[in-house]
Design a protein around this ligand. Structure first.
Ligand code: FES
Ligand SMILES: [Fe+2]
Length: 391
């Protein structure tokens, strides 16, 4: 269950250079590189001439990339500018000699690409104020999970797993029962806040607060990057000692997800504390990874079955998440995976349509991926959760 018209993280800034970088996202193939001014470029990786892979070609330093088979050169807008074997290599280029070019920007040490044809309707890029604020110290991590996007997000969009999987309890009479909370939903995200009194178990951060000090935690999901932001006032309410994470997830295909994390802390800012900061977060991440990679079915269903087993406070966040996916489907942005599988099986290569397609005026060799038609009755079908609200 994959969606177009979303900004995704395609790479870290460090991964991108003047040389072609192949990347698979949404089950399709892309090439990324930097142009002469260092700006990121993202193109469909499949040459429209005979299917050469541009990522196996070369960049000329002027923002152009050459196909490794016949040397056609494409600019950052995806237009072919040179066909070396022609009488006039630089003239008379067919308009269909073009690949899709996707908006690409660099923010927060990451390269973001917009994979779709309706950028004006899309969710805005996220804000990450901690990234350039010297009052915060950051550690980062990237990993690939053999799990679909939605199971990967589910391992954090869930309160009860915190005590069960990670040993982070809520305190109170029943330390595995989440405190009552309200989920506020907007068009491209949702957020919640809980107040708890978790036990501090081990490690250097025990110094930050006493046992069972009240702790306020916030969780916010933002569609761009399928980003989850968590904020815990680790030193207890009012201490000003915060641990903040941003988890961005990019579907490679229906069963694999690339995960990017920035972890920020507002305390123990000395670099020698980075290892402990990363260790604490990675412990949780690898516990989540083991779960996500084991869940069945391997692919997320169009509709979840869990309303039959919904537990009052347990499922509010996942319900909000699934409602948001239904909104995206209603907008006509969800890839029709069965139709696409038929295309692939028939040798009919499809691409993610880029914004230039809506402008018209070009012929394209490869047709766009089939998508589930937008529905007139777009909306939150049947998964209402107690405690929901609107932002
Ligand atoms: S296959 Fe790319 S130029 Fe011929
Ligand atoms: Fe988790």
């Amino acid at each position: 269950m994959l969606f177009t018209n979303v900004w995704y993280v395609a790479a870290t800034s460090d991964e991108l250079s003047g040389r072609p970088l192949p990347r698979q996202m949404l089950g399709r193939d892309f090439v990324l590189y930097r142009d002469a001014s260092g700006q990121p470029v993202c193109l469909s990786d499949v040459c429209p001439h005979r299917g050469g892979r541009l990522s196996r070609g070369d960049c000329d330093g002027n923002g152009r990339i050459g196909c490794p088979f016949h040397g056609w050169r494409f600019d950052a807008e995806g237009r072919c500018r040179r066909i070396p074997s022609q009488a006039d290599p630089d003239g008379d280029i067919p308009t269909a000699a073009r690949v899709d070019s996707y908006p690409a920007v660099e923010r927060y040490g990451l390269v973001w690409v917009f994979l779709g044809d309706e950028p004006e309707a899309a969710a805005p890029l996220i804000d990450m104020p901690e990234y350039s604020d010297p009052r915060w110290r950051r550690v980062s991590f990237v990993d690939t999970w053999a799990a679909n996007l939605h199971w990967s997000k589910m391992t954090d969009l869930d309160h009860v797993h915190l005590p069960i999987v990670h040993g982070i309890d809520f305190g109170g009479d029943n330390p595995v029962r989440p405190p009552d909370h309200r989920v506020e939903s907007g068009p491209f995200g949702f957020r919640t806040r809980i107040e708890s009194r978790p036990t501090v178990t081990s490690g250097d951060w025990r110094r930050m607060r006493g046992q069972r000090t009240p702790v306020s935690s916030q969780l916010e999901f933002m569609l761009s990057g399928f980003c989850l932001r968590g904020q815990v006032e680790i030193g207890g309410a009012g201490s000003g000692y915060f641990n903040v994470f941003y988890e961005m997830s990019t579907p490679i295909d229906e069963e694999h997800t690339r995960m990017y994390w920035h972890f920020f802390r507002s305390f123990m800012l000395e670099p020698e504390n980075d290892a402990e900061h990363l260790r604490r977060n990675l412990r949780n991440i690898f516990q989540d990874k083991a779960n996500a990679e084991s869940f069945l079915p391997r692919r997320a269903p169009e509709q979840p079955d869990w309303p039959a087993l919904k537990i009052d406070r347990e499922d509010r966040l996942m319900t909000a998440y699934w409602n948001l996916l239904q909104e995206l489907r209603g907008r006509g942005w969800q890839i029709d995976r069965q139709a696409l599988a038929s295309c692939d099986a028939a040798g009919d290569y499809r691409v993610i349509p880029s914004p230039a397609r809506t402008a018209g005026g070009s012929r394209w060799v490869f047709a766009p991926v089939p998508r589930i038609a937008a529905s007139a009755s777009r909306g939150r079908a049947g998964l209402a959760a107690a405690g929901d609200g609107a932002v």
